[in-house]
Write a protein that binds this ligand. Structure first.
Ligand code: GDD
Ligand code: MN
Length: 387
């Protein structure tokens, strides 16, 4: 009997039933928890469950869907599957979004010795799971990564050309910064001894997409990692959740890890979004002043440039869950500019008054920006993106 089976058997709570009471119906506790983060994956659930039953035949496993309150009703379906199959659980998280956070909570909800994370869209090859489990059970490592970039692995089918390039850049970056020899640091498919995450949990960042990179960065250097190749498939149904916010959060993760957690992940995207607006505003102001416009006209133009830029960036990042597209995008832009124009009146008024008193163009410009930003945020969140 291997160590883990002995451990699982000893968890059978032999003394938990008081004398005289009838023994509850108990089976061996699971040896493996498969965590599946989901956001709008309703159409993929049944197929995934069926495939896990086949792939993990003979293993005492359970699965946890961690769903961020998907509008398509993923959690309702997961719970109805769970009523018919005691191996299935579903954790519904409300008011939160994030792949990493979902994985962390799913893993921490487990009491099994081994935990796997696999995407809900069938891009990862579930038939690799038994081999991963064997590596861990035979104590050859603490983390097994399903890898697209070692022998037997392939990445071509799963991503389009643009995403391949982004993925490659991110991988190089992560390898250098996180100083790891792991080839597929960006993999969302892995299995580990549960203690690895129990120990690293306080250091892990729940924001973001790249939970494996974070686990690798937050674990002791002595942690043994093994990669097993698999072919990354095309998504079964639905669409990818990768977007600009995910990419920004990844930069944030790297900075956060480099500074040992002193700089929080969201600070980087905050700085970038705000910073881009401020830089564009000041640049437009300078150009307009050079072109001979009055300060009043230049600040007006700069404010309009910053406004449009702010709308575009916020629509892609901050409000990605309520992202406007097509006509709604145009309507939103118009409404956003309307709201911002009201605050711009105050902005331009304050800035011009300050400039007339002091002549420091950038200080006057900045004061106007601060005035306007507060109103813009409060009103546009309610009216444009209806939050
Ligand atoms: N709970 C929750 N919350 N789940 C999420 C969220 C979220 O905010 N965002 C995405 N997911 C779920 C999806 O429903 C899916 O099951 C899984 O996480 C992966 O999301 P995809 O949208 O399919 O990502 P991808 O295919 O572009 O990238 C995936 O595969 C890559 C290769 O392994 C991710 O796992 C990447 O991290 C990975 O590099
Ligand atoms: Mn996917």
């Amino acid at each position: 009997m291997t160590k883990d089976i002995a451990a699982a058997a000893s968890m059978r709570l032999p003394n938990a039933v008081p004398a005289g009471a009838s023994a509850p119906l108990r089976t061996l506790p699971p040896i493996l928890t498969v965590v599946v983060p989901t956001y709008n994956e309703r159409q993929n659930l049944r197929e995934l469950v069926n495939r896990l039953h086949v792939a993990l035949d003979g293993v005492n496993w359970e699965m946890v869907f961690v769903d961020d309150d998907s509008p398509d009703g993923t959690s309702a379906l997961a719970k109805s599957l769970s009523r018919r199959d005691s191996r299935i659980r579903c954790l519904r998280r409300v008011g939160r979004r994030g792949l990493s956070g979902a994985c962390i909570e799913g893993i921490l909800s487990s009491a099994a010795p081994y935990v796997a994370v696999i995407d809900g869209d069938l891009q990862h090859d579930e038939t690799l799971l038994p081999k991963m489990l064997t590596e861990l059970r035979e104590d050859r490592c603490e983390i097994v990564v399903g890898s697209r970039f070692v022998e037997g692995g392939a990445a071509d089918a799963g991503f389009n050309a643009t995403r391949q390039v982004i993925s490659k850049l991110g991988r190089r970056f992560a390898q250098a910064v996180l100083r790891t020899a792991v080839k597929d640091t960006m993999s969302g498919f892995f299995m580990l001894r549960r203690e690895v995450v129990e120990d690293a949990a306080p250091q892990l960042c729940p924001e973001g997409f790249k939970i494996l990179a974070d686990i690798l960065a937050s674990s002791p250097e002595t942690t043994r990692v093994k990669e097993l190749g698999y072919e990354f498939r095309q998504r079964h149904a639905g669409v990818s959740k990768f977007d600009a916010k995910v990419a920004l959060d990844f930069l944030g993760l790297i900075v956060s890890k480099l500074t040992r957690g002193v700089v929080p992940v969201s600070f980087v995207s905050f700085l970038l979004v705000g910073g881009v607006g401020v830089v564009l505003h000041l640049a437009a102001l300078k150009v307009a002043l050079l072109a001979g416009l009055t300060f009043f006209a230049a600040q007006t133009l700069a404010t309009l440039v910053a406004m449009a830029c702010n709308f575009v960036v916020n629509n892609l990042t901050t409000y990605r869950n309520a992202r406007l597209r097509g006509w709604a995008w145009l309507r939103g832009l118009a409404m956003f500019c309307g709201i911002c124009s009201l605050s711009a009146l105050a902005n331009i008024g304050v800035a011009t008054w300050l400039f007339e008193h002091d002549q420091t163009w950038w200080a006057a410009g900045l004061a106007g920006i601060v005035m306007g930003a507060t109103w813009n945020y409060a009103v546009s969140a309610r009216l444009v993106w209806r939050k």
